[in-house]
Structure formats: structure tokens, C-alpha cells
Ligand binder design. Structure first.
Ligand code: ADP
Ligand code: MG
Length: 238
């Protein structure tokens, strides 16, 4: 099966075990949301998939290839973080093309990819601005654009909207949903926000204390929560 397959993943930091045996299959093109309270291991699990850290045990396969021992740079994934660290002295265009110059792509190809990302994210008019001349939402779009230009096989997003105000979060949520539909790419979206999870996900993995309690569509979770934790978490107001 293409997509992302986690088998028997555990992770300990010193004596503290924070991931306790995760098995999960994410289909190609699926938008999977990891949701759960702060500290339950969402970011740790995402970092293991990204290759920013190694699991203590278990294997990770991407599109049928065992990548457990591969560094992040060889996995063909792109990660978008909560704090969008754009280069302040560079324009939007330079921010978008910088990562591609590093891998020595030719100029015409870089320009084409930057233009395409600009079109997808509707930031064509902002290409010559610097980050300080952008709103929070525009900056986050550029951060997502930096992932898009790499044409990754999957996008890993770790609470990408949590620094934005409520109204903008709503707008950006719809944009991410639209972007997923247009790109058709596999996405893993981490959030502690149930509303975000329920509105964005094809399927949701509900996490608690380093374990996945249930994996299901938003409707299935809502109608048939596996236990009281899932029911309480999904039903709770933010
Ligand atoms: P979440 O993203 O769900 O809020 P994290 O994955 O960041 O949770 O953290 C899960 C647990 O692992 C927490 O108890 C956190 O303190 C611990 N943890 C995360 N990274 C490290 C690390 N590098 N060293 C030690 N403990 C860590
Ligand atoms: Mg986190």
C-alpha cells in the first residue's frame, strides 16, 4: 500500500516513554489529523515520521519504502511548524525559492514552482514584500508555500494555525482544506483543537498519553466514540 505505515512505534527520552506502541496506516492522499491534549505525544510522533528523530522501536514506511533509518532530507516530506520562521531579510519570492537553490535546481524550474505555489496560495501579489510587510495569515501562507515548492510526497503540519487569531484560523482552515483538495497530497495535521480536527480530517487519530485511542472519520468518532476519553475530548468545547 502506498502512503504512510507506522508499525509498533515506541519512543523514549531517557527513562521516560512518551510513545507506547503506535500502529497506523495513512492512505495516499488522505488528510489524517492527530488530535489530543497537550503533551500526549503528537509532535513527537510527527517528528519521528519526518525523520527529525528516530523511534526507539518500530518501523516507518513511506510509499512502500522502509525509511526508519533514513534522515529527514531523504524522505521527500515537508514539515510546516507553528512558528513560521521566514527569513526576515528576504522577499516572499526569495523565501519560497531559497530551499530549492540549496538543492541546486535550475532557475527556470525554481521560478515555475514558486509561481505555481503563489497561484495555489493566492499570494502572487505579495512576491516582492518582506515578512514584516505581511499579515499573520499571509506569513503562514508563505510558510506553507515553502513546503509546496518542494513537491513533497506528504505534508506534515504541526499546529500550523495556533498562533493566529480565531477568525483567521477559520479562514486558514478552509484554505488548507481547499489546498488539500487541489494538491491531492497526503497530509498529517496535528492539532489540540477538536473543531479543527473535526472540520479538516478525512480521518482522525485521537491520542492520549502516547497511545492512539481511536482512528476513525469525524462522523464515526462523533457517533461511535470508542471510550469516554474520546467522547469527552471530541464533545468538549475549546
Ligand atoms: P504534544 O505535541 O502532544 O503536546 P509532545 O510530543 O511535544 O506532545 O510531548 C510528549 C511528551 O514527550 C511530553 O511529556 C514532553 O515533555 C516529552 N518530550 C518531547 N520531546 C522531548 C525531548 N526531546 N526530551 C524529553 N522529553 C520530551
Ligand atoms: Mg506539539
Amino acid at each position: 500500500m502506498a502512503g504512510i505505515i507506522l508499525s509498533g512505534i515506541t519512543k523514549s527520552f531517557g527513562p521516560a516513554q512518551v510513545i507506547h506502541g503506535v500502529d497506523l496506516q495513512i492512505a495516499e492522499g488522505e488528510l489524517m489529523v492527530f488530535v489530543g491534549p497537550s503533551g500526549c505525544g503528537k509532535s513527537t510522533l510527527l517528528r519521528l515520521i519526518a525523520g527529525l528523530d528516530r523511534p526507539s522501536t518500530g518501523t516507518i514506511a513511506l510509499d512502500g519504502r522502509d525509511v526508519t533509518a533514513l534522515p529527514a532530507s531523504d524522505r521527500g516530506l515537508a514539515m510546516v511548524f507553528q512558528s513560521y520562521a521566514l527569513y526576515p531579510h528576504m522577499t516572499v519570492r526569495q523565501n519560497l525559492s531559497f530551499g530549492l537553490q540549496n538543492i541546486r535546481m535550475d532557475k527556470a524550474e525554481i521560478a515555475a514552482r514558486v509561481a505555481e505555489a503563489g497561484r495555489l496560495l493566492e499570494i502572487e501579489g505579495l512576491m516582492d514584500r518582506r515578512p514584516t510587510q505581511l499579515s499573520g495569515g499571509q506569513r503562514q501562507r508563505v510558510a506553507i508555500g515553502r513546503a509546496i515548492v518542494r513537491e513533497p510526497s506528504a505534508f506534515l503540519l504541526d499546529e500550523p494555525l495556533s498562533n493566529l487569531d480565531a477568525e483567521l484560523r477559520g479562514t486558514m482552515r478552509a484554505e488548507i482544506s481547499g489546498l488539500h483538495a487541489r494538491l491531492g497530497a497526503t497530509m498529517i495535521y496535528v492539532t489540540h483543537d477538536q473543531t479543527e480536527a473535526m472540520t479538516l480530517a478525512d480521518r482522525i487519530a485521537v491520542m492520549r498519553a502516547g497511545r492512539i485511542e481511536q482512528v476513525a472519520t469525524p462522523l464515526e468518532l462523533y457517533n461511535h466514540p470508542a471510550n469516554l476519553f474520546v467522547a469527552g475530548f471530541i464533545g468538549a468545547p475549546n
